[in-house]
Ligand binder design. Sequence first.
Ligand code: ATP
Length: 425
Amino acid sequence: MDHSYFDEPSLAQRPWSLRTALRERAAALLGRAPVRSAPSTQRSARRQAHIDPKASLDAAGPGHRSASAPSEALTLDHIRHRYAGMTAVDDVSLNIAHGEILCLVGPSGCGKSTLLRIAAGLEALQRGTVRINGQVVADDSGCIPPERRGVGLVFQDYALFPHLSVIDNVRFGLSGRPAAHQRRRAMETLEQVGMGGYADHFPHALSGGQQQRVALARALAPDPAVLLLDEPFSGLDARLREQVRDETLHVLKRTGAATMLVTHDPEEAMFLADRIALMRNGKLVQLGSPVDLYNRPADGFAASFFGEVNRIDGTVRGGAVDTPVGRVATDLPEGSAAQVMIRPEALSLAPLDSAGGAAVPNIARVMASRLLGRTSLVHLSIPDGRSGCHLHSRMPGQFLPQEETHVAITLDARQAFVFPAKDPT
Ligand SMILES: Nc1ncnc2c1ncn2[C@@H]1O[C@H](COP(=O)(O)OP(=O)(O)OP(=O)(O)O)[C@@H](O)[C@H]1O
């Protein structure tokens, strides 16, 4: 039985300080991004750079897309990145289509933020290629700086300028354009995120959710081709987070920007994403729709990342593994050791007297029942010929059988997955 949950990453564990991060972000927005220095071999390669660092993709947003524009807004190709002595990103390739929201998820330290920072240009590319709207913005011959890539950035701490009003914060991303245009566009994006009434307020007078919306408006104002968001909701309390991410989803879908959003929260990724990229130890474990990752996990890690699982060890016999709640089919080799992972919602329970349909129902003893709100969690013990198998069942609504009573248990094998026993989870 696995009840693992992933810890909130603490700021103390973060590799760079908040002050450094803020300084970097402000500098990036000002056009002076202090991109971390590349290894010397790369620096020498850049002397012969064929990418013009003065090139600009600023007008490459969704509103400026021509009929012949490539379908991929952002392409990351074979990205590798090492920090002293450790590999943070290990040969990751993915792309994001126009209008698509891709969530990058994985446990703390798996390389999500590094990948996002490489896409933004805030981290010097070491290996691989970054393309925006089909145009190379970074490869081993050079890179276009962040402020010319046509990307909008939103970070966990919003990085609003405290001395600027809300509208001036948003106008900041539009500097260089005529003043009337700046004001009109800033108001337009503030209206889009429901902050039109706060144009003259200052950041300190706004709630966390309001600051997050202003940061989103600032990122959206230049109509970027690609929006990059790093844990944008993690500073909000649980209730506000749900509301703000719901609003953000609708704003993103309305604007049509291709979005890469980093989160360590699997539920948030499933809520927001068209596709999810699941990372572990710098590698891409699985890339697909939320339905793919939940219903067809690539391995035990992917299965357990998106929800609690019951784990049962067994052996493959006749194309299936026997468990105390039924057989689960697999194409693993005959006789091999296997681990069956069963989602709690795959185990449905019924009072014994109503289980007339099943000839001989599997019977479980109720150890505890807990109401979790929309569902109930029932702890069960099932005879397995040894000390008994402890499983969790999640039932819709209020199903709260008495402790020490018995219930009939049925397995929905579509939500049970078999992996090799040596699966590293
Ligand atoms: N500037 C740096 N110098 C050295 N190591 C770093 C640096 N930045 C990140 N790392 C390390 O690289 C690995 C990946 O870090 P990264 O921040 O990309 O992970 P993450 O998945 O975004 O984590 P989290 O969810 O905690 O933010 C971690 O082990 C981290 O400690």
